[in-house]
Design a protein around this ligand. Structure first.
Ligand code: HEC
Length: 126
């Protein structure tokens, strides 16, 4: 009986630590799946707390998305569309190391169109 309890506890702790090693940004539910997938592979390395730098997080932290004010979200959506369309993000240096993270033209268009739609939606909600 006692052994079972210890085992149960150990599983519980393992489960909890596993979850904290794999933080799922809350934005998951906010962004559509196909957008989330693109951001995850090409942006989250720098723009989520686990692997991002102070500088990149200050500019944009996807895990804080829900906490941003509406006006900030709208502004960031505009910035995201811009940096993606201009090819500024992901940064060239990063792509030298991880060329598979480069956005295809289709992905860029998808992201840029979505930022516009989403910004329009948020502006109407305001
Ligand atoms: C290698 C790390 C890295 C990756 C990957 C990355 N960023 Fe950034 N990003 C930064 C840093 C650092 C800054 C802040 C300084 C700067 O502007 O260069 C930044 C700034 C930004 C800004 C603020 C606007 C601006 O012009 O400063 C936006 C918006 C942004 N990133 C969006 C994205 C998006 C969208 C992706 C994925 C398509 C992405 N970033 C991928 C490092 C990264």
């Amino acid at each position: 009986m006692k052994k079972q309890l210890v085992l149960l506890l150990a599983i519980g702790i393992l489960f909890i630590s596993f979850q904290s090693f794999n933080p799922e940004p809350p934005s998951e539910g906010v962004f559509p799946d196909e957008i989330s997938a693109i951001l995850k592979s090409s942006c989250y390395d720098c723009h989520t707390a686990a692997t991002g730098s102070e500088k990149s997080l200050k500019a944009l932290d996807f895990e804080q998305w829900d906490q941003y004010r509406l006006t900030k979200q709208i502004g960031l959506l505009g910035d995201i569309g811009k940096v993606v369309e201009e090819g500024k993000m992901p940064p060239g240096k990063y792509l030298e190391k991880k060329p598979d993270r480069k956005l295809s033209e289709a992905q860029k268009k998808l992201l840029a169109d979505w930022t516009k739609e989403e910004a329009d939606k948020l502006m109407q909600a305001d």
